[in-house]
Write a protein that binds this ligand. Structure first.
Ligand SMILES: *[C@@H]1O[C@H](CO)[C@@H](O)[C@H](O)[C@H]1NC(C)=O
Ligand SMILES: *[C@@H]1O[C@H](CO)[C@@H](O)[C@H](O)[C@H]1NC(C)=O
Length: 373
């Protein structure tokens, strides 16, 4: 149901954009937003709603043309959100969409700004057979964590143990991988040493030569880099700028606010192993984050649509299950790095144990990893 909304919507969306870009964009005298910019009787209400949204998210636009264009996108997104939620209320979806900090972006813009494109060739080592080979391989190869025990607690939430820092904001830099890496090191440090210290994503963006800064990366490689560097600095010492081309501040390379003893990759395509790993500590995962529903997610247990073209790194900080009266869905608690203005205060709950999908929803069980301390 959600997927058909999405595809029905994309055509008018593109058309509107095309009309705007090729028609009004070239107009010499930009007009201000008027109710007539939305072709229905709700126009005035939509203008007012946009005004309130801009105030809430501190949004302003340099040019009137840009403001008009953003208003068109916003209005279209609001209609999509409401139509989807109406379908949800009729029993179609287990989650709701809503306005977020990103309601004035088209999905194409959103994807381009906040996800990293999937690699041309999927990582060969995501393949289960490679993991098995690795298990039998040379001792210096990190072993995959396989644990199919049914002994994990029914629910885990590392936020309740104070092992999760505030939701951060990667900005317009494909550094999601650095945020999920830092989050899992912050988590294990709190669990093992009792102190929660916010660590430096920018050090990874600038200095981690195994990854690609704002152009993307993978958490297990970043964990490997932290291991060989001997540690990672605090966020206060090496603050986040979200800029791609700043040289590595080598003076900070020796400031080790946290050190790790290596890392483990969780056996790929095993939600049971992932749950047992999460029972021990927060775990970094990759997902496909895309599509309108992911962009506008607000609350509830997300169950797609999404595929497995991994383009975003996030952190699983727990899991749980809805009460039977609310459908009984099991879910992962996922910390994102798109600020608190996205999703459920920066989090998303994603459906866990999807039947017939060992890779997990949006590929969440394909590439999990965690640090050792
Ligand atoms: C908006 O700006 C004000 C003042 O600069 C600030 O206090 C507030 O936290 C901002 N809100 C958001 C959502 O960024
Ligand atoms: C496997 O998972 C169970 C349940 O979470 C846990 O008690 C046990 O310690 C795990 N075993 C290993 C080897 O990690």
């Amino acid at each position: 149901m959600a997927a058909s909304f999405s595809s029905k919507r994309s055509l008018p969306c593109l058309l509107l954009l095309a009309i705007f870009l090729h028609g009004r964009c070239s107009s010499a005298t930009p007009r201000r937003i008027a109710a007539g910019d939305v072709a229905d009787t709700d126009g005035a209400m939509m203008v007012e709603r946009f005004r309130r949204w801009k105030a809430e998210y501190n949004r302003s636009y340099a040019a009137a043309e840009e403001e008009r264009r953003r208003f068109q996108v916003y209005a279209r997104n609001v209609r999509y959100i409401e139509a989807t939620n109406t379908a949800a209320a009729a029993g179609g979806l287990t989650y709701e969409l809503g306005e977020t900090a990103y309601t004035d972006l088209t999905n194409e813009e959103f994807m381009a700004m906040y996800t990293a494109p999937p690699p041309v060739r999927p990582d060969a080592d995501d393949d289960a057979t490679t993991i098995i080979t690795t298990l039998a391989g040379p001792v210096e190869e990190p072993r995959a964590y396989v644990n199919l025990s049914a002994g994990a607690p029914a629910s885990v939430d590392w936020r309740a143990s104070g092992a999760v820092t505030e939701v951060k904001d990667q900005g317009r830099c494909g550094s999601c991988w650095a945020f999920s890496t830092v989050a899992v090191v912050e988590g294990i440090q709190k669990i093992r040493k009792g102190k929660l210290v916010s660590l430096s994503e920018q050090e990874l963006v600038d200095c981690d030569t195994l990854d690609s800064g704002c152009d993307g990366g993978v958490s297990y490689r970043a964990l490997q880099w932290i291991t060989s560097n001997g540690g990672i600095a605090t966020r206060d010492d090496y603050p986040y700028t979200g800029k791609a081309d700043t040289p590595c501040d080598s003076a900070n390379l020796a400031h080790h606010a946290a050190t790790i003893a290596g890392f483990r990759r969780v056996a790929t395509r095993s939600e049971a192993s992932l749950a047992n790993a999460v029972a021990g500590q927060p775990v970094a995962v990759s997902i496909e984050a895309g599509g309108d529903n992911f962009q506008h997610y607000k609350k509830g247990v997300y169950n797609g649509p999404c595929g497995t073209q991994l383009n975003h790194g996030v952190t699983v900080v727990g899991y749980g299950q809805e009460p039977a009266a609310a459908g009984g869905d099991r879910y992962w608690i996922v910390k994102n790095s798109w600020g608190k203005g996205w999703g459920d205060d920066g989090y998303i709950r994603m459906k866990k144990d999807v039947a017939g999908k060992p890779e997990g929803l949006c590929g969440i069980a394909i590439r999990p990893s965690y640090p050792l301390m």
